[in-house]
Ligand binder design. Structure first.
Ligand SMILES: Cc1cc2nc3c(=O)[nH]c(=O)nc-3n(C[C@H](O)[C@H](O)[C@H](O)COP(=O)(O)O)c2cc1C
Length: 160
């Protein structure tokens, strides 16, 4: 059976909860993508044009540094990558994470939480950060504390 890993970035804890449930359902290892400098509440103020998240997300080439990258991706075949939707896409720290490892020939399953947005152009924003041989599935927004049953149904439909 494919070896699966659940990774996630979560600035305020919502995506973390979903990732933990998903890892439980999968019986998978879990790894948190942590920023070198944690985001404060003020950093996350999307109403403020000058907040850290607003400034970072305006420059899609910027890569927020991640804290210790002590995870061995080579041990896994399928990697779930969770994050909050920021300005309709994945936070660029997810690109930092993807670019810090070799995802050649692996399958990535993105999942997200959001206020209301769907995945939109999220996958298109992640593709340049992985190898040509990496498959990134469409993924899904998993809002509203999804039940284990609904996650099992989703995983079945993915076939991974
Ligand atoms: C900087 C920033 C930008 C956001 N942009 C969006 C957005 O474009 N669409 C949306 O539905 N929610 C947006 N949100 C809301 C988050 O996606 C949502 O609160 C998410 O569940 C937070 O997850 P977390 O607790 O794991 O960080 C944004 C939040 C922040 C902080």
């Amino acid at each position: 059976m494919a070896k699966r890993l659940v990774t996630y970035f979560s600035a305020s804890g919502v995506t973390r909860k979903v990732a933990e449930t998903l890892a439980q359902v999968l019986g998978a290892d879990i790894y948190e993508i942590r920023p070198e400098v944690p985001y404060t509440k003020a950093d996350l103020d999307w109403r403020d044009d000058n907040s850290r998240s607003s400034v970072e997300m305006r420059d899609k080439t910027f890569r927020p540094p991640v804290a210790d990258e002590g995870v061995d991706i080579s041990a896994y075949d399928v990697v779930f990558v969770g994050f909050p939707i920021w300005w309709h896409v994945a936070p660029t720290i997810v690109n930092t994470f993807l670019e810090s490892h070799d995802f050649s020939d692996k399958i990535i399953v993105p999942f997200a939480t959001s206020g209301s947005s769907d995945m939109g152009e999220t996958v298109a924003g992640l593709k340049p950060s992985v190898a040509a041989s990496t498959t990134i599935l469409d993924g899904r927004v998993l809002n509203g504390s999804p039940s284990k049953e609904s996650l099992v149904a989703w995983l079945k439909s993915l076939g991974v």
